[in-house]
Design a protein around this ligand. Structure first.
Ligand code: ZN
Length: 203
């Protein structure tokens, strides 16, 4: 399985990193080895002094497809989760400056937190789901899927032009504003609506 991640999908986050608004979604991949194992802490890698949390809503693919039309995209997923796209921002900035791929900054071991998943039928509208991240009990990121520049179905259409989507693939749909550095001993707790869906210790 693969993790397909979307960059720059929330206007306020694009502004905080002083990035340009893309005309198409920004896509990158993480390998399955990036998934942080259940109940394990997140270890800050020694090649970075500035790892940021990016909380993101996740979509799990349930059916193989390519060239999926947006109007049929809803049939390709029925579970929603929450994750963190950990990013070595210092390394990413250097790579971006040189026009190099981001993988070393985004796809390292442990860089993808994946919560348990919930049926989309539990939500009235997938395009109106609140999610948030607390650091040490304080709210640091808060988003709603209605604020996405490209909504879930549009992302599935776009991604599947380039990559065949397979059962179990997970889409990281982009982060809202509020990304910031994590430090040893931080506790990161994620919520979908009011429900706590993960709690990760940083080491
Ligand atoms: Zn991200």
């Amino acid at each position: 399985m693969k993790l397909i991640c979307i960059g720059r999908n929330y206007a306020a986050h694009i502004d905080e990193l002083k990035n340009e608004r893309p005309s198409d979604p920004v896509i990158f991949l993480k390998p399955d080895t990036a998934i942080l194992l259940k109940k394990q802490p997140f270890f800050i890698p020694d090649f970075s002094n500035d790892v940021h949390h990016e909380v993101e809503l996740l979509v799990k693919i349930k059916k193989v497809g390519k060239h999926i039309d947006e109007k049929f995209a809803h049939a390709y997923y029925d579970e929603i989760g929450l994750g963190i796209d950990f990013t070595a921002r210092d390394l990413q900035s250097k790579l971006k400056e040189k026009g190099l791929p981001w993988e070393k900054a985004k796809a390292f071991d442990g860089a993808a937190v994946v919560s348990k998943f919930f049926s989309k039928s539990e939500f009235d509208d997938v395009n109106n789901i609140d999610f948030s991240l607390e650091k040490n009990g304080q709210l640091v990121q808060k988003g709603n899927t209605s604020m996405m520049l490209w909504k879930i179905d549009a992302l599935i259409e776009y991604i599947s032009k380039y990559f065949t989507l397979k059962i179990g693939d997970i889409i990281f749909t982009g982060t809202p504003a509020g990304v910031a550095k994590v430090n040893p001993d931080d506790q990161l707790t994620g919520y979908i609506e009011e429900k706590q869906v993960f709690s990760i210790k940083v080491k």
